[in-house]
Ligand binder design. Structure first.
Ligand SMILES: *[C@@H]1O[C@H](CO)[C@@H](O)[C@H](O)[C@H]1NC(C)=O
Length: 380
């Protein structure tokens, strides 16, 4: 009889024994994991105070929260079309893919809409793209630097260093009407395959630069930027807007006029990490938000120790948080006007407007997303 009363006892005892045992054995494994990565070169820092922890994200009057429902896939066969440049005469979008190809996507001719053509393999990872007035394409290639691809597909490196520091992650680019190329090196410490470490370290290794093709002169315009990412000239060519990803913000740099050389606020507290920014030809800028802002990211960016732990424990902890991606439309003064997003969208890099359509680029998808903005007006 005593046997049946005590039937659960051995199991209880074994649980009591096993749990501490499990904890005791896993703790050293965890600790050694953390400690081995602790002494690495990765040295996270608190972000500057201007970074608003848990502050309310910039809100747009017009918010579309399920744009996947009104978007279509264009250009199947692309490989992570990151940035877009448009040749209006030819009716083609140029885009840089993760397999090193620059591809053309036909978008103007209805009969061949979405047709993809392999154009030039520049290698590496082409990120920012911009067309120069002579018809050549300027490419911010993450690993090699700033490239120029002429109409015949000939590739040349324009510049790959400034002030004795090599670019490690050439990222965004735009060309002014005078032919000056403005571009960013997101980091002189971490290359693209390590770019998350740069943002998580929270130190300013980024630079905003210009390249003058008439003199081959590379000039550092701003240094100590936090992951300097997308860059876009203002339509009046007086200033440019550039994004700093881990600080959820974009700022303005004056290239002409009374304020030449000065930096001003443009937009703070974006609802996601900003990537590319493009003038839309119609009085607005479009800012790609690859990763939506959540409590997870806010806490992480606030506490360097959490970032240290996260990197020590493995980067894959991210993935549930690589969502809620989208695109924000702001006016010329940086005031948010519209947000196009979807909880299922991931890693949207930027947007490009042609007529009534916005094309969304992406880090990993095999197509562009196209949204007919006239259809959005009817959405709740
Ligand atoms: C700039 O560099 C290109 C390519 O190396 C060269 O052909 C050109 O002559 C250079 N221009 C000047 C002004 O140095």
């Amino acid at each position: 009889m005593a046997d049946s009363n005590n039937a659960t006892a051995p199991r209880l005892i074994s649980l009591k024994l096993v749990l501490p045992f499990l904890l005791l054995t896993s703790l050293p494994v965890l600790l050694s994991l953390i400690l081995t990565s602790w002494h690495s070169d990765f040295d996270p820092s608190p972000l500057p105070v201007s970074y608003g922890f848990r502050s309310k994200a910039a809100a747009a009057a017009e918010e579309h929260n399920s744009v996947l429902g009104v978007s279509e896939r264009v250009g199947e066969g692309l490989r992570g079309p990151e940035d877009l440049a448009y040749d209006e005469k030819e009716g083609v979008l140029y885009t840089g893919c993760y397999d090193g190809w620059i591809r053309k996507v036909r978008v103007a001719a209805p009969a061949r809409d979405g047709e993809v053509e392999d154009w030039v393999k520049v290698g590496g990872r082409p990120l920012g793209l911009a067309l120069a007035s002579d018809g050549s394409l300027v490419v911010a290639e993450a690993y090699r630097g700033l490239l120029k691809v002429n109409k015949d597909g000939e590739v040349n490196v324009l510049t790959d260093e400034a002030e004795g520091k090599k670019f490690k992650l050439t990222d965004g680019v735009d060309v002014s009407s005078k032919g000056i190329i403005y571009f960013t090196d997101a980091s002189y410490k971490y290359s693209l395959d390590m770019h998350l470490l740069d943002s998580l370290e929270g130190r300013p290794y980024g630079r905003l630069l210009s390249f003058d093709p008439s003199s081959n002169q590379t000039t550092v315009l701003l240094r100590d930027l936090y992951f300097a990412n997308g860059v876009s000239l203002s339509p009046d060519q007086q200033s440019l807007i550039f994004c700093e990803t881990p600080l959820w913000r974009c700022r303005r740099y004056h290239i002409e006029g009374e304020k030449k050389g000065r930096v001003e606020e443009f937009i703070e507290n974006l609802p996601g990490f900003p990537d590319n920014i493009r003038y839309d030809g119609d009085g607005h800028y479009l800012i790609g938000l690859p990763v939506g802002r959540t409590l997870f990211w806010d806490l992480l960016m606030k506490y360097p120790l959490l970032r240290k732990l996260k990197v020590a424990l493995g980067m894959h902890v991210n993935f549930p948080s690589f969502k809620n991606s989208g695109l924000m439309r702001v006016n010329l003064e940086g005031k948010p006007e519209a947000l196009y997003k979807d909880s299922e969208l991931s890693l949207v890099t930027g947007g490009f407007k042609i007529g009534k359509h916005i094309y969304l680029g992406s880090l990993f998808q095999n197509y562009l997303l196209r949204i007919d903005i006239t259809k959005l007006a009817a959405m709740p």
